[in-house]
Design a protein around this ligand. Structure first.
Ligand SMILES: [Zn+2]
Ligand SMILES: [Zn+2]
Ligand SMILES: [Zn+2]
Length: 135
């Protein structure tokens, strides 16, 4: 496994730049505001597809009307870009979690939808600690 500081720093900078600023998660469907901040459609829009009240202003910079009032169709290209960056989805049936590919092994251990709960494989604690030491 590649745990060199360089690659970890790169992962952290990608997470900072491309995570949803609200839920701090990697998502396929991101809405770009006029201010260039991005939030995921799950945070921005309710089930009716209308922008939630609290996002009439950008949560990052407070710009008004930055995000479209109604949930836009996210272009396939944007989703492909997220995939290229490293966003991936849980493969377990029923699970809708999306995360960075380097977080997958961690999620697999805790996923509530995993089919066969297997013990014995522990998350890489060393790697996790290292990530936070570097910040
Ligand atoms: Zn979000
Ligand atoms: Zn903003
Ligand atoms: Zn899962």
């Amino acid at each position: 496994m590649d745990v060199s500081p360089g690659s970890l720093a790169k992962q952290i900078s990608i997470e900072r730049r491309f995570n949803c600023v609200v839920c701090l998660c990697a998502r396929f469907q991101m809405v770009y505001g006029q201010c260039q901040h991005r939030i995921c459609t799950k945070c921005a829009y309710g089930s009716s597809g209308v922008l939630r009240q609290q996002f009439q202003r950008c949560p990052s910079c407070q710009q008004e009307d930055s995000f479209p009032e109604r949930k836009p169709t996210i272009p396939e290209d944007n989703i492909t870009l997220q995939k290229l960056l490293g966003v991936t989805a849980c493969q377990n049936k029923g699970c809708t979690q999306e995360f960075w590919s380097w977080e997958k092994s961690e999620h697999d251990l805790t996923c509530p939808y995993k089919n066969s709960p297997r013990r014995g494989k522990r998350p890489s604690d060393a790697r996790k600690n290292q990530r936070y030491v570097i910040i």
